[in-house]
Design a protein around this ligand. Structure first.
Ligand code: PLP
Length: 431
């Protein structure tokens, strides 16, 4: 590995300049340089990792997709007010929240969502599972562009549908591209649904209108329903454009789809457990609703309504901060961490690191087998925690094509990111 370390110099100007200037001070009224100390709060990102890897090694959690910032003040205010009511019985209706959802989609993306079609769920997973159960019989297949969000595989299991991974390829620019021949060949009669992720977790791809139309046309032609998971859609980097599937200029394509969204990524309120889905196709929507239990969580309903109604300025201040985090990470990694590469994500607050060189150099596959770990990337995860204190998610969790990669969460302060990268850099350089 020392030879590997020699392949890259001590770092050129860009990353160092970014480190010294970016992320300092307030972003409007909000301070994203200050994060919540989450250790001891029973959170997955830090506490569950300490339990897994041991507190003596673990330092910074950069795995699970939630953020470390103080939430938008409007959310805390609304939840405090609701808590002071001191009663947590069943809720009556969701009219206020429904209106806030319609407004958010209209004002931000010019999408007209019919409030009667908005269907509440306790998470995007919960909506996807109901839908897969409604549109596919057990034993049918669900197609996905991989590498893809690992949680989808649980949704397939819970709907007893089978994996149909259409692996993407990486072009000369380091960008993931759809293998259209493979995708089309996989739209077999036993494939009931296409699970589209836009922006794509973990690669960060933001799909263009042309790509979405092509997915839509192929699925329509082959009787495959499109499930458009747009949970990350508010995180679209400068110069990119999010195209809601429901806004495509072809009514038949749109009618062959349902869209899944939540404020949970945008405002980091995943623990409040609220999401929603909708469709312009009433018949399809009714079929899904027949299979769906729209349980309401009072905190999720009040927190989401406050976020969407009054949290917009907080998010508008956050987005450029995340964009600068993405830029900082791609500069730093490519310039200073030997053997590791990354292409700046077009969307999401995630970075998808190509670590194939260190995984090979450290003989992770051999060690994984010896230690009974699932894959080489699981050994590399453990090696990184032991040697740098930083926890990243193993790419092999993300389906076909995920090997040789790790997913890193950038929903934290620039200082935390810089510290984590510094630790990874030292670990790899001294391996
Ligand atoms: C693409 C995608 N879909 C769904 C989820 C989970 O959503 P929820 O917590 O609302 O079930 C995540 C969480 O990381 C995700 O990245």
């Amino acid at each position: 590995m020392t030879a590997l370390a020699g392949a890259v110099g001590a770092g050129s100007g860009a990353a160092q300049a970014a480190a010294s200037s970016a992320g300092k001070g307030m972003q409007g009224a909000f301070d994203f340089d200050s994060t919540v100390d989450r250790v001891g709060s029973n959170c997955y990102k830090f506490c569950a990792q300490i339990a897994k890897f041991g507190g003596e090694y673990f330092d910074i959690g950069m795995g699970v997709a939630d953020m470390d910032f103080h939430v938008a003040p409007a959310i805390t205010k609304a939840l405090k007010e609701r808590a002071s009511h001191e009663n947590w019985g069943y809720l009556g209706n969701t009219d206020g929240l429904r209106e806030a959802i319609v407004q958010w989609n209209k004002v931000r993306y010019d999408v007209d969502v019919d409030p009667d079609t908005v269907t509440m769920c306790s998470g995007v997973h919960n909506g996807l599972i109901s839908t897969l159960n409604a549109v596919s019989r057990p034993g049918m297949k669900t197609i996905m562009n991989t590498p893809t969000y690992n949680g989808f595989y649980t949704d397939l299991r819970l709907s007893r549908t089978l994996v149909n991974d259409s692996e993407m390829y990486i072009d000369d620019d380091g960008k993931y591209q759809v293998d259209w021949d493979d995708f089309e060949a996989r739209l077999t009669p036993d494939t009931g649904a296409f699970l589209l992720c836009n922006p794509q977790n973990p690669t960060g791809n933001v799909w263009t209108e042309d790509e979405l139309l092509r997915f839509g046309e192929l699925c329509l032609k082959n009787n495959v329903v499109v499930l458009a998971d747009e949970i990350h859609c508010d995180f679209v980097m400068d110069g990119q454009k999010y195209t809601p599937f429901a806004s495509l200029p072809d009514k038949d394509i749109v009618n062959n789809s349902l869209t899944y969204k939540s404020a949970s990524k945008t405002f980091s309120i995943a623990g409040l457990k609220h999401a929603y889905f909708y469709s312009t196709n009433k018949t399809l929507l009714d079929r899904v609703r027949w299979m769906h239990r729209a349980d309401l969580n009072t905190l999720g309903v009040f927190g989401t309504e406050a976020a969407l109604r009054d949290g917009g300025d907080w998010f508008d201040a956050l987005l450029p901060y995340i964009d600068a985090n993405q830029q900082f990470v791609s500069d730093y990694v490519n310039e200073r961490i030997p053997g590791v590469k990354v292409r700046k994500a077009e969307g999401t607050y995630l970075a998808w690191l190509d670590v194939s060189e260190p995984v090979k150099g450290l003989e992770c596959a051999k060690h994984a087998e010896k230690e009974g770990l699932k894959t080489a990337e699981h050994y590399f995860e453990k090696w990184l925690v032991d040697n740098s204190g930083v926890q990243l998610n193993p790419g092999s969790n993300y389906g076909t094509g995920g090997a040789g990669h790790m997913r890193m969460n950038l929903g934290t302060s620039r200082a935390n990111i810089e510290r984590a990268l510094g630790k990874i850099e030292s670990a790899i350089k001294s391996a």
